[in-house]
Design a protein around this ligand. Sequence first.
Ligand SMILES: Nc1ncnc2c1ncn2[C@@H]1O[C@H](COP(=O)(O)OP(=O)(O)OP(=O)(O)O)[C@@H](O)[C@H]1O
Ligand SMILES: [Mg+2]
Length: 486
Amino acid sequence: MKRPVEEVGRIFGDVGLGRFHLSLSVPVERGDYLTVVDELHGKVLCQLDDLRRKSDLDLEKAGALQPSEEATLHESMLGEARIVGYRDAQGLVKIPTIPFRPGAHVFRAEEPLIAEVLGLKHHTNSGAYVGLLRNHSLRVELDINQLVQRHVSVLAKTGGGKSYLLGVLIEELLRHKVTCVIIDPHGEYGSLRIPAEANGVHARFGVASQGFGKQIQEYSPDVSLNPTAKPLTFSLRNIDPRDLLVFMGLSNVKSFLAPLKQLIERVAAANPDYAVADLVRAAEAGEGAIAETMAERLEYVEQTKLLGPVGTSLNDLVKKGEATLINLRGVAPDVQELVVARIASTLFENRKKGKIPPLFLVIEEAHNFAPQQGSATCSRILKNIASEGRKFGLGLCAVTQRAARIDKSVLSQCNTQLILQVTNPLDLKAIAQSIEGLTPGMTEMIQSLPVGVALVTGGGYHTPLFCEVRPRATRHGGESVQIVAA
Ligand SMILES: Nc1ncnc2c1ncn2[C@@H]1O[C@H](COP(=O)(O)OP(=O)(O)OP(=O)(O)O)[C@@H](O)[C@H]1O
Ligand SMILES: [Mg+2]
């Protein structure tokens, strides 16, 4: 067998089955791939997980140095590597069952071996191209069937690049004609219609700019604020009085539920095709503070135009191979929750009956819609989709800046995680607890990931890998707002 070319160091000390220490003779970065040639199995892929610079400069000698004096010292670079494995004759990834020999040569891994052991494939029919393996020119493609069947989470601190990466993912899904519904609380995803201005980075990643205008439709409960959207309405008759109270912004259920029920019954008896305006008139005709408040709040509901005699039809809302944006910009948080609850339950029920195509439901700011503490109107349906959606071809993608604040049963059901920089210790702990196969070195690396580098776990891969996210083919809609001109 041909030996790999670039030797980087030697194994030393006690050698374990999963990890080993090595002394390094050339600079290698944490996360880089290495190879050891094993007597029984040939080239085995390893990854540098930790690095340490050791020297004979102790505290006493350092303290005795003059301010301008250079230190004379002996130093060595030590590393700790984890064994990723080799492919056996059946193509399965295995880890040697006998530890490597101390003193064995360690080489920089060559790309064909990395691609073979990690299982990186190019231009597959079901692959979503999200970027290149960090420090390599190997494509990272996520298996779309895995994404939709087994759910996805996108986790990073604010400004970490979640929406950018999600934009990349949606571009890929649209290219593969996968139906998507995107809950878009900030109205960021309309820019998927607009091609990006291509630059040198696009060329390096082999990405051409492209707009997806023909495959994007947008709905919003507030079309005056979001004029590119079509109005999203729900059928008034299908609304439960309790939910109507939420639309009215009334949290005092005890005082208002019974009078509202009576009001609806009265109006419906006179006119079965009643509209919100009829409820307003009836409330105005009533007497007392309760009737007055109801009239005022119903008038507000009428202005939102969210409830009509007939709601937006399912056939309009979900179109095969297209992405529907539910733009919630400017909509009150409790109304947002209700909108998400109604849309998620409609999608789930109709997916169960096979009335709509398999689809990918994206929830941005998911910690608000399925919180770990407290509850949102839509928590329960989102938890149901997380646990049962896969049986019915309803994939969930939860995007959040607070891994610690999202419902853990939702987070743990996501089998593909796309993690960008996270620094909050509570969020890191939640991530480490919900993801298998993260090494302590990887958890440390998550804290200092540069913008545009993601740790990918799942998605068809047996081991976590670092991916440089490809540039967007479309314009990114979530640019940070400049407060002071640069
Ligand atoms: N892969 C990338 N390549 C180049 N720029 C990027 C990349 N990812 C993110 N950015 C830039 O970083 C900024 C923040 O990204 P993004 O809007 O995706 O963050 P976010 O995690 O969604 O933040 P928030 O939590 O506030 O929604 C954007 O201005 C974007 O242009
Ligand atoms: Mg965002």
